[in-house]
Write a protein that binds this ligand. Structure first.
Ligand code: NAP
Length: 527
């Protein structure tokens, strides 16, 4: 049952007077449950509890953490239809998407359970002592990754499950040994509370320390700001707007003790159509991109917001097919009236820019909170000159940039901000002819895709979901995949430490049977 209260560790609490409800964009009306925003006292209690829990949780074994993460997955599944019903009522997203996102959330939990259960993720590195080294003996040095401390996670509006309460940030942080305080996203507070209830049940069932997880409601920016300012918070995970992410980065940088804030913000994910691909597969790619641009009403961080090509008959055919295909797709409901309004505002802004031509626009009226998919066209020269056109339009919008030649295409790419992804559509041997384009694009993105679409981010070990600023705040890290755990750890070295007092990962006997780097060699051998 959804209570509308906060979880301070395992205790439900609602001391505040500020309340709010969520909104059903499909029905265009408020949902009924009333949520109570966390007070400064409750925020402090949650962080103190997390700090206290960290003293024991940081040393919980990998196999115990695996049991905990698997228990969270089981408890989320046990929520059955109640979770799916509230998810759809708070997001306007269809049931199929809810089920898919729940599947992704469960898979992420089980994946991290496997990672910490196996144990090699701590990157144990051992440089054994060299007592006979001349002129001085070398000490025994052993290093591994250890958790950083309490982490604050901001639920993301566009992924009520997979990037929210038990999403990638929370799960990777819990896997690393860090307690988590979730600042619930106000648009899906009920979904968030239900998932929090599942996590709290798992905490109790697996005897994890109270305070390892807390869940706070908020409908404004104050709760998040206080959390980021709290001296006992040691890192932050965020997915959302550039404005929000930047505000949190600045708060963290101005603290007495600055802390890392891993933000995943805007991206327009350029797609480059090389000439042979345009000539030979214009219609195929146009149909594929009509689907990708409108997937999930365009509310994905990997949405292809920019398609760039060199003027030709093929590009004309691509554009004409994209236009005819995209208007055939039924408009979809957006997550919230605020997001729909923002989309409408940014589309209107793009439409009124100098020399921008709207080539596909649904002229019919759409229902309240639904998005009209839009394709606009502009020349390479105008795109380079106009910064507004280089910003994210969150929704089913894409700008087609027509370049005069290869050089202009390179200049278009060179003027762009950092991005999560870049895509190249090409035919055989074409990549070699455009190697400079590939080079410029590679400097701008975290993941480069060949003959595909950027939407759909696999949760795997090799995945890189993070790119140069402002796509994310630190391009050295990923928000998706097993390496997401590395955001919440720091390297820690022991020098000449007695074997019996070392953590198991670094003991001579290698009792965990993990891969370690010993004198530069990867091995599971004991010393
Ligand atoms: P948002 O405005 O960035 O808010 C995300 C979270 O950060 C919310 O919980 C919000 O708190 C908090 N927040 C925002 N500004 C803050 C500040 N100055 N200080 C402290 N906390 C702050 O994003 P949203 O409301 O989820 O969505 C709005 C827009 O963000 C979308 O239209 C889209 O442009 C963008 N967005 C982009 C992506 C992407 O993947 N690229 C994903 C999601 C959203 P409160 O809500 O409690 O005020």
């Amino acid at each position: 049952m959804i209570t509308g209260k906060n979880y301070i560790g395992t205790t439900l609490s609602a001391k505040g007077t500020t309340t709010y409800t969520t909104f059903n964009p499909q029905r265009n009306k408020e949902n009924t449950t009333v949520f109570t925003e966390a007070t400064p006292e409750e925020i402090n209690q949650a962080v103190e509890a997390a700090s206290e829990a960290f003293k024991t949780y940081r040393t919980v074994s990998g196999s115990e953490k695996a049991t905990f993460l698997n228990a969270i997955a089981d408890e989320i599944l046990a929520l059955e239809d109640e979770l799916i019903t509230i998810y759809t009522a708070e997001s306007g997203l269809p049931e199929g998407r809810a089920l898919g996102e729940r599947g992704r959330t469960i898979a992420q939990l089980r994946m991290f359970a496997n990672v910490v259960g196996e144990g090699s993720w701590v990157e144990a590195t051992i440089d054994p002592a060299q007592p006979n080294r001349e002129p001085n003996p070398r000490a025994d040095i052993r290093k591994m990754l250890v958790p950083i401390g309490p982490v604050v996670v901001f639920g993301a509006s566009n992924f009520p499950l997979a990037f929210s309460t038990a999403g990638g940030d929370t799960v990777s942080a819990l896997a690393s040994g860090c307690p988590v305080i979730v600042k619930s996203h106000p648009m899906h507070a009920g979904t968030s509370e239900l998932v929090a209830t599942a996590i709290i049940k798992a905490v109790k069932k697996t005897s994890m320390p109270n305070g390892v997880f807390s869940h706070l409601n908020s409908r404004g920016i104050e709760v998040g700001q206080q959390l980021v300012q709290h001296p006992k918070v040691k890192a932050v995970g965020f997915t959302g707007s550039l404005r929000g992410g930047r505000a949190l980065l600045d708060i963290a940088a101005n603290r007495k003790e600055p802390i890392p804030v891993f933000t995943e913000m805007g991206s327009i994910n350029p797609v480059i159509l090389l000439p042979k691909a345009t000539q030979e597969k214009a219609e195929i790619w146009a149909k594929t991109y009509a689907s990708s641009i409108t997937l999930g009403a365009g509310q994905f961080c990997t949405n292809p917001g920019l398609v760039i090509g060199i003027k030709s008959e093929g590009l004309f055919k691509f554009s004409a097919t994209l236009v005819s295909e995209i208007v055939k797709i039924a408009p979809q409901c957006m997550l919230h009236p605020k997001i729909q309004e923002n989309y409408q505002k940014l589309v209107s802004q793009a439409k009124t820019q100098k020399h921008v031509e709207i080539v596909a626009d649904l002229h019919t009226n759409v229902d309240e909170n639904y998005a009209q998919q839009t394709i606009a066209k502009v020349s390479g020269k105008e795109f380079i000159a106009n910064k507004t056109l280089q910003e994210e339009v969150f929704g089913p919008f894409s700008l087609l940039v027509e370049c005069e030649n290869k050089e202009e295409l390179e200049n278009v790419l060179a003027c762009m901000n950092g991005q999560l992804t870049g895509t190249i559509l090409s035919e055989q041997n074409e990549l070699d002819d455009f190697s400079t384009v590939v080079d410029i694009l590679s400097e701008k993105v975290g993941r480069i895709i060949h003959n595909g679409v950027p939407t759909g981010v696999e949760v795997t070990t090799a995945m890189q979901h993070g790119g140069p600023y402002p796509a994310s705040s630190d391009s050295r890290f990923t928000a998706v995949g097993t390496d997401a755990i590395k955001r919440w750890v720091r390297p820690f070295a022991y020098q000449d430490w007695p074997n019996e007092s070392l953590p198991d990962a670094l003991k001579n006997e290698n009792p965990l049977q993990i891969f370690r780097k010993v004198d530069l060699i990867n091995t599971k051998e004991a010393l």
